[in-house]
Design a protein around this ligand. Structure first.
Ligand code: LFR
Length: 473
């Protein structure tokens, strides 16, 4: 077999990375070139934004270093969190992109639902209700009319690098403006919502060539490298790299969020799926990511951030989790998806308030608190896995946990215990691996027409998941 090396830009809500991905003898290996922090920053008007300008600088620096280390790079692929976008006029980005946790979306939901009910939207776009879905953000977007084009974050990076306007399809599926049946823009819905068709770029599929580095990016990075579309929604890339071990396996892509579900060939748009708020997002190769968003490690990282601010010193998270694992007896649980827990700041106080409402008392120690958070996430994971099985008629027999959460042993064990199912944890770097795999396939390194199943064999050959057995009562 053949092989080579590609660069993957992978932007998460708390950090971004540039990686080199090597494919040799049907195996995959990643090397981290750059890692940089990310997170909400206050905008002018008190809004929550992303510091996209800084992110882009880190990306170009990282790619420059990647090319210096590895002049043989065959292409670049970009993925990030979903739904957020930049408005562009000419070469200019009209302001830093809003963070999906900004509260303006509340107004957007009202505006959109006055035109199209959630029931109708679900029939058209198949998406679970999340107040930050792009269409709600567009509804309150002042500058939409002045923009030449609106580009989702990975497409925005690709535009700055190459000059091309595209909308990669897996990520476009999270806007709410893509027809779930045809995979094309729903122009009728867009027009009813006052969204000009001109701001919606042409759709491309993972594996398509987007363009070649141009202008300043080409000068800085040093070569006319090609940018290739990958599953540019990070979750779509992560699902590519889940080494699904049985036909009825479920997955949890666990980072800031826990995306809990199964892969399907066709969307499920039943009343039951809508009521359970399950989403039909677009996957690579036209697959459907039928899943539910559970608030994931956000709860823990925000709590830790608050405690660190109180202490004025960093907290050793692995040590905290080890201590939390040793806590004896039951801890109180709360609903991880309570909307009051989605905004930043004061997470321990927010959780304590939610607990108090149900008559429970928050644990007095940080260790107890950490245990409560992890068990509550695991409980929500187990519930969503059971619901995914019920809604699809599948008898789920194993749960694959990928992403950073795969390193959290307490969470993996608690998920096994609470679901009664074995958990296979890993790969931790699923998102970057999925990004690399789709580029590698486009270069023909796995032979002509390699299927997703073939790509997953490569993952299975390259990483060994850690197995957690459920501990019965
Ligand atoms: C995970 C993720 C989720 C999406 C959320 C917001 O990183 O992409 O799939 O619902 O972030 O974009």
């Amino acid at each position: 077999t053949s092989g080579g090396v590609v660069a993957a830009v992978d932007l998460g809500a708390t950090s971004g990375r540039v990686m080199l991905g090597y494919v040799e003898d049907g195996m995959l290996r990643l090397e981290q070139v750059a890692r940089f922090p990310n997170g909400p920053v206050p905008g002018p008007d008190g809004s929550l934004r992303w510091d996209f300008t800084a992110l882009y600088r880190h990306i170009v620096d990282g790619l420059t270093e990647a090319f210096r280390r590895e002049p043989g790079i065959a292409s670049i692929g970009i993925d990030s969190w979903a739904v957020d976008y930049g408005l562009v006029h000419g070469d200019e980005l009209l302001g830093e992109p809003f963070h999906y946790r900004d509260e303006r979306t509340v107004r957007g939901v009202e505006t959109v639902h006055a035109v199209a009910s959630f029931d109708e939207l679900y029939r058209r776009n198949g998406l679970q209700f999340l107040p930050f879905n792009t269409l709600y953000q567009y509804a309150v977007e002042q500058g939409l009319g002045d923009a030449e084009v609106a580009l989702l974050i990975p497409d925005l990076v690709a535009f700055l690098l190459t000059g091309a306007h595209v909308a990669e399809r897996t990520n476009a599926s999270t806007t709410g403006l893509l027809d779930v049946r045809t995979g094309e823009w729903d122009l009728e819905l867009a027009s009813r919502l006052g969204i000009p068709a001109s701001v919606l770029p042409s759709l491309v599929d993972p594996g398509a060539a987007i363009g070649t580095l141009h202008g300043e990016a080409r000068e800085r990075i040093g070569a006319p490298l090609e940018v290739i579309a990958v599953g540019s929604h990070d979750t779509a890339s992560a699902v590519v790299a889940v080494p699904l071990s049985t036909p009825d396996a479920a997955y949890i892509s666990c980072g800031t969020w826990g995306l809990v579900g199964v892969e399907l060939d066709e969307p499920v748009l039943t009343d039951a799926a809508r009521a359970a708020n399950f989403t039909n997002e677009g996957g690579v190769d036209g697959r459907v990511r039928f899943l539910h968003n559970v608030t994931g490690l956000w709860l823990l990282s925000e709590a830790v951030r608050t405690w660190e601010a109180e202490d004025g010193a960093p907290i050793d998270l692995p040590a905290l989790l080890d201590a939390a694992a040793a806590v004896d007896g039951d801890v109180p649980l709360f609903d991880a998806n309570d909307p009051r827990l989605s905004a930043p700041d004061d997470m321990p106080a927010r959780i304590a308030a939610v607990l108090a409402e149900s008559g429970a008392t928050a644990p007095a120690t940080r260790t107890g608190f950490a245990r409560t958070i992890v068990e509550s996430i695991a409980q929500a994971f187990a519930g969503a896995v059971a619901t995914a099985g019920r809604l699809t008629g599948r008898d789920i027999d194993v749960i694959h946990v990928v992403g950073g959460g795969a390193l959290n042993r307490l969470l993996c064990q608690a998920t096994a215990d609470r679901s009664g199912l074995p958990v296979l944890a890993g790969p931790v770097e699923a998102t970057a691996l999925g990004n690399v795999l789709v580029q590698a396939r486009a270069h023909g390194w796995f032979g002509a027409d390699a299927t997703l199943e073939r790509l997953r064999q490569v993952v299975a050959a390259s990483v060994s998941p850690v197995r957690y057995e459920p501990r019965g009562e």
